[in-house]
Design a binder for this molecule. Structure first.
Ligand SMILES: Nc1ncnc2c1ncn2[C@@H]1O[C@H](COP(=O)(O)OP(=O)(O)OP(=O)(O)O)[C@@H](O)[C@H]1O
Length: 312
């Protein structure tokens, strides 16, 4: 199998799903390179689960073509043995241990039991494998579910909202686990309705809204609707006028705000600009009580793309 760097584990174009006259996934292109972690972000009803279900052969696409792990999208049976997924958690036995549950699912799937210790390590449950499933936290239950999906040693791992309902510590554990999964060269597609849950682990994000693709690319290149600014505040009104003059004579775009000034960063390195302003202010005898770089948060940029409402 071909999973060298740059290989497109998923290369799908025009993926579409219609239910009756309603289009719930509309002409979406997906390109996932080997070893990458891609976040599928969008509000409730955006089409995340439907896209994952189409890749997994659970829902038949209305249109779209391409390949998954080099096999044709229209023949999921050819590639599914190399795919692990958590769409709805498997039904585990509460009275069995984590280890016992994994052994059950390994036997069921015809997988080698000798892989279980590696899986437990990957999902961070080593040392807790002997505890009964019913004693696990929600985050641990989710990680065991992902462990079950890893028993076949898949190359592509698809996780639908694994952090849903999990507390912040549990989310952190899931994020660490996802990084470990990808570090071994596996490709991960993971969905969430909140970018904040995924922003520190994803190489790329796909932003969906109402079935349509709003953005696909690196997080750092998410479009921004508000300019990056340096926020400044001087010691008082008397100094404000002086500060305004100083900034204007430097050819900067300055907006006066109730609590100071916002200087448009433009294409300049914000750290260099802040340093220059600070130096010039000091030389002009202006005392700055605030000087910081303000950037639109990634979460806000996603909300700009999708609106804030949820739909089902
Ligand atoms: N079998 C179905 N028949 C008709 N409509 C469906 C069906 N399955 C899903 N939908 C609709 O498709 C849209 C997308 O649903 P989907 O579950 O893919 O969204 P999602 O982004 O995963 O949302 P959530 O975050 O709530 O899980 C929704 O409006 C949903 O009601």
């Amino acid at each position: 199998m071909n999973t060298h760097t740059g290989f497109e584990v998923v290369a799908v174009e025009g993926l579409t799903k219609n239910y009756g006259r309603r289009t719930v996934v509309d002409n979406v292109d997906l390109h996932l390179t080997a070893g990458s972690i891609t976040g599928l972000i969008g509000p409730n009803g955006a089409g995340k689960t439907t896209i994952m279900s189409m890749l997994l052969g659970l829902v038949r696409p209305s249109a779209g073509r391409g390949t998954v792990l080099g096999h044709d999208l229209s023949r999921p049976a050819d590639y599914l043995p190399q795919v692990g997924a958590l769409i709805e958690g498997p039904a585990f036995f509460g009275n069995l241990s984590g280890q016992g549950n994994l052994e059950y699912f390994a036997r069921l799937g015809g997988h080698d039991l000798s892989g279980i210790p590696d899986v437990l390590e990957l999902v961070g449950l080593q040392g807790r494998e002997g505890d009964s499933f019913s004693s696990y936290s929600l985050g641990m239950k989710q990680r065991l579910g992902i462990g079950a999906a890893l028993l076949s040693d898949p190359q592509l791992v698809i996780l639908d909202e694994p952090t849903n309902g999990v507390d912040p510590a549990g989310m952190r554990d899931i994020r660490a686990m996802v990084r470990r999964i990808a570090a071994d060269g596996r490709t991960v597609l993971i969905s969430s309705h909140l970018l904040a849950e995924l922003e520190h682990i994803c190489d790329r994000v796909i932003v969906l809204d109402q079935g349509g693709l709003r953005y696909s690319g690196p997080l750092t290149e998410l479009p921004t609707s508000r300019p990056e600014v340096i926020l400044l505040r001087s010691g008082g009104p008397a100094e404000d006028d002086e500060l305004h003059r100083m900034l204007s004579t430097q050819g900067l775009t300055v907006e006066r705000r109730t609590d100071g000034f916002a200087v448009d960063v433009g294409n300049v390195d914000p750290a260099l600009l802040a340093g220059r302003i600070n130096r010039n202010a000091a030389e002009s005898g202006i005392h700055l009580v605030e000087l910081h770089h303000q950037k639109q948060s990634l979460e806000d940029r996603v909300l700009d793309l999708v609106g804030t409402g949820t739909r089902s």
